[in-house]
Design a protein around this ligand. Structure first.
Ligand code: SF4
Length: 111
């Protein structure tokens, strides 16, 4: 059972946390996000070798070499929940990522 102040509920110790879709995106990236969601609403969620011609290239958390800079599903505009992405079909991990990731600069650690 989730506690009401758990970060996944959008709150942390009474402070509301922005969802990834509420973050600031460059207009080009916003257009990319909208385009991917439009494609999925028309053709269904994507997966490698589904004959739609879009290579997802998902890797799980253990293979994610970009985790430390913030490139991961839990920071992506398409992230729905711990196992669900809005645009790809397979089960995901919060620490994984794919080549369609849309990460706000607010979530990137430029180190
Ligand atoms: S990185 Fe890829 S798999 Fe992960 S939430 Fe974003 S679009 Fe989905």
């Amino acid at each position: 059972m989730k506690h009401s102040s758990h970060p996944e509920n959008g709150k942390y110790f009474g402070v509301r946390i922005k969802s990834n879709s509420e973050r600031e995106y460059h207009p080009a990236e916003k257009q990319f996000i909208d385009a991917m969601q439009s494609i999925v609403s028309k053709y269904g969620k994507l997966e490698d070798r589904d004959e739609k011609g879009i290579w997802v290239g998902y890797v799980g958390a253990k293979e994610n070499d970009n985790y430390s800079i913030g490139v991961r599903c839990s920071n992506c505009a398409h992230y729905e929940s711990a196992k669900v992405c809005k645009i790809i079909k397979q089960e995901i991990e919060p620490g994984g990522y794919c080549r369609l990731a849309a990460i706000s600069s607010e979530n990137i650690n430029k180190g």
